[in-house]
Design a protein around this ligand. Structure first.
Ligand code: AHR
Length: 499
């Protein structure tokens, strides 16, 4: 059966922010130390950053990098990680010693090398409104006061102009150090927001939220006027305690739930008449949750075999297959479609753990999800346009990880164009694990050279590893297109057709 898809370039949905292709890095396992920050490694530059990793990240043009956490941040004191004397501290979130050798100055230097915006998440767990606003002083005041003075003493005379700040991480969760009630949260965010904006009124502030009416109404009632963003997080294949990755079929069931939290938060913002003032920052997301048993629980692990060493299981590259690529592309399609209210999204994380890049002492592996970002940032347009299907998209019944059957569409389609040049770019994801799909694309009175980029591997379980590369992008020239074009898409594939 041929799936007919029509596009009318005049039906514009909106212009997406490049920041929906953002990333996140946390002081966890090998993301920072022995990850991107690896002084002494022959592959590292004079500042201690791995040049192979930096180059790979620059190729996917990340617009913004959120740091330092995540749960880590809720007992982190930034003042101990600037200046000549770095005070190692015991990170109570992840129960390891952090040398504090990577702090604000190193992070800003990293963002400059990556040519991306910094986005700092502050400690609203054990931290105070004053400590958060002191951090803004350190980064953004020219020379007034103690903390700008520290920055200058540390050799950085110019302010860092950090525009994006988040108040807290997941302070709604019992697992978070310094967890808060909805009422406490609204009050703390209001006081922190007030002090931070008194230091630098040009910053944009986010605060942790979730798709929970009570929490968000309290938050927005107390500090709606101060906030520019509301931060939500989601992982779908939950594996913090048991490392049992969902199968391809089970992951396709997850694609049916992707933008539910966006719609719920949109509803709350609209009900409070804030939908044109506050945008959603989906600033932690990944199909797969991180594996770190016996720390997000009341009972902590006793031995390192119980709570520390299992974190290495995140490094198993065979976990990250075409299921991850297909899900990630479906997520990015959904964020493009919701570009009127989603202004930022941060893949969690960019490096190691469940990241799109894996590194070891001697090199890197580009996992399947890395190529999805490479496709979207390099080949998709910035204006989202409407598409419609002549017939209903074929569906398939898949079994959710909870054992229930789920009916999901087998195609996910997003059409875009550019605001500054002619052309079209259409992302078409074939979720079917076994069937290829025939597409007839009607682009109206248009013509041009059609190129099809396909991200795929031999099977739905294909992955990339140190000595084994199965997933890559191939390019096919489909010749001239005059208003209609027919082509087929392989199973379990992410495709971008450019005209
Ligand atoms: O699993 C990693 C954690 O997930 C992040 O630190 C936190 O923000 C989220 O709960």
């Amino acid at each position: 059966m041929v799936q007919k898809i029509s596009i009318n370039q005049k039906r514009e949905i909106g212009k997406r922010s490049p920041m929906i292709y953002g990333q996140f890095i946390e002081h966890f396992h090998r993301q920072i130390y022995n990850g991107i920050y690896d002084p002494g490694n022959p592959l590292s530059d004079e500042d201690g950053f791995r040049t192979d990793i930096i180059e790979a990240i620059k190729k996917i043009k990340i617009p913004v990098l959120r740091w330092p956490g995540g749960c880590f941040v809720s007992s982190y004191h930034w003042k101990n990680a600037v200046g000549k004397k770095r005070i190692p501290f015991f990170d109570k979130a992840w129960r390891v010693e952090d040398p504090n050798s990577f702090g604000t100055d190193e992070y800003i230097k990293l963002c400059r090398k990556l040519e991306c915006e910094p986005y700092i998440c502050t400690n609203a767990g054990t931290g105070t409104a004053e400590e958060m606003s002191d951090w803004v002083e350190y980064c953004n005041l020219e020379k007034e006061g103690q903390y700008a003075g520290w920055r200058i003493e540390n050799g950085h005379s110019e302010p860092y102009h950090v525009k994006y700040w988040s108040i807290g991480n997941e302070n709604y969760g019992f697992w978070e150090i310094g967890a808060k009630s909805a009422e406490e949260w609204g009050r703390l965010v209001a006081e922190a927001a007030k002090m931070m904006k008194h230091v630098d009124p040009t910053i944009e502030l986010s605060a942790a939220a979730l798709a929970d009416i009570n929490w968000n109404i309290n938050l927005l009632k107390h500090c709606g006027p101060f906030l520019d963003w509301i931060s939500i997080h989601q992982y779908w294949d939950m594996m913090p305690e048991q490392n049992n990755p969902a199968t391809y079929e089970q992951c396709m069931a997850f694609t049916d739930e992707i933008d539910r939290s966006v719609q719920e938060v949109r509803g709350i913002l609209t009900a409070m008449k804030l939908e044109h003032k506050i945008k959603i920052a989906f600033d932690e997301w990944n199909l797969r949750s991180w594996h770190h048993p016996n720390v997000h629980t009341i009972e902590q692990g006793i031995s390192k075999e119980e709570y520390l060493y299992p974190r290495d299981k995140n490094d198993d590259n065979s976990t990250y297959t075409m299921a991850d690529a297909v899900f990630t592309a479906c997520f990015l399609n959904a964020m493009n479609r919701n570009c009127d209210i989603v202004g930022m999204a941060n893949f969690a994380p960019i490096l190691n753990t469940r990241g799109c890049i894996y590194s070891n002492d001697s090199g890197i592996v580009l996992r399947s999800t890395y190529y999805v970002f490479e496709l979207y940032v390099n080949y998709m347009g910035d204006v989202v346009i409407d598409t419609w299907e002549e017939e209903q998209i074929p569906q398939m019944i898949v079994t959710h990880k909870n054992g229930m059957p789920v009916k999901v569409k087998t195609l996910d389609i997003l059409a875009t164009k550019w605001s500054d040049k002619p052309g079209l770019a259409v992302a078409i994801i074939n979720k079917n694990p076994t069937e290829e799909q025939y597409i007839e694309l009607d682009i109206g009175e248009q013509e041009g050279q059609a190129i099809l980029y396909t991200l795929n591997g031999p099977s739905e379980n294909s992955y990339n590893d140190v000595h084994n590369r199965q997933v890559e992008i191939t390019k096919r020239d489909l010749g001239q297109i005059t208003n209609k074009l027919s082509f087929k898409l392989p199973p379990h594939s992410v495709n971008v057709l450019q005209v």
